[in-house]
Design a protein around this ligand. Structure first.
Ligand code: NAP
Length: 206
């Protein structure tokens, strides 16, 4: 008698998505990372797109100012940030910049989290991110940046959503600070905006 075969349930990991704003020449900010040259391109049309498709990528304070605090998350329920990116919020006195998400900040120097909604990842970054991806959830994980964190996690990234604004910076902070290595992605979609911004979505070829 043969043992009965049950269909194996495929485990689908949720995606780690690097959702990032950059210049035409691929910089996410000036040499110090300051991305304010890109802010003017977040005009009414672009904001409508963010509100409709990625409302959770707008920081809590911005959502409040826009009166969209209650918009439900569409793609992500978790955010992972590097400490330097998180510092920008701390400098403004904001300890939970994405209060509508579960917040993780990678840091070996921040010994204690300044906010109950923020968990510090001090060790085994890749292992912790893999564990987040393995969680049972309909939502994906938003990798916010910056360059150093994305560089450390490049092998874990499943999707890129790149908001390219029509400016050239010449030099600046790259999308990744990592060693040279070729990683292939497949283009999934391209969307253009009246002001010249383009949003491209790529999925990783595994
Ligand atoms: N254009 C955009 O859409 C966008 C988005 C996000 C950020 N940014 C810009 O990016 C800039 C910051 O980028 P950045 O590359 O300088 O820094 P970052 O990636 O935000 O943070 C780097 C820090 O993360 C921690 N970290 C990195 N790897 C780690 C590991 N394996 N384990 C534990 N902690 C780890 C370390 O913190 P400790 O030093 O505390 O150990 C490290 O100093 C900001 O100026 C921001 O404006 C731009």
């Amino acid at each position: 008698m043969f043992a009965r075969e049950y269909p194996r349930k495929e485990v689908v990991l949720r995606k780690l998505t690097y959702f990032i704003a950059c210049s035409i020449d691929g910089f996410i900010g000036d040499p110090d990372g300051d991305a304010s040259a890109m802010f003017p391109f977040v005009d009414e049309e672009f904001l409508d797109f963010l509100k409709a498709e990625h409302p959770e990528t707008i920081p809590t304070q911005g959502r409040r100012a826009l009166g969209i605090d209650d918009l439900p998350n569409k793609r992500f329920d978790t955010i992972v940030q590097g400490r330097a990116s998180y510092d920008l919020a701390l400098k403004e006195g904001v300890t939970s910049p994405y209060a509508h998400l579960r917040e993780y900040v990678a840091s070996r120097t921040l010994k204690e989290s300044p906010d109950p909604n923020v968990e510090i990842i001090a060790e085994d970054l890749v292992g912790r991110v893999r564990a987040l991806k393995a969680e049972d959830s309909a939502f994906d994980v938003y990798l916010c940046g910056g360059a150093r964190l994305a560089g450390e996690l490049v092998d874990e990234i499943d999707e890129l959503i790149i908001k390219t604004y029509p400016i050239v910076l010449g030099t600046g902070m790259p999308m990744f600070t990592s060693a040279f290595s070729v990683t292939q992605f497949a283009l999934e979609s391209v969307r253009g905006f009246g002001n010249g911004a383009v949003v491209r979505t790529y999925s990783r070829r595994r």
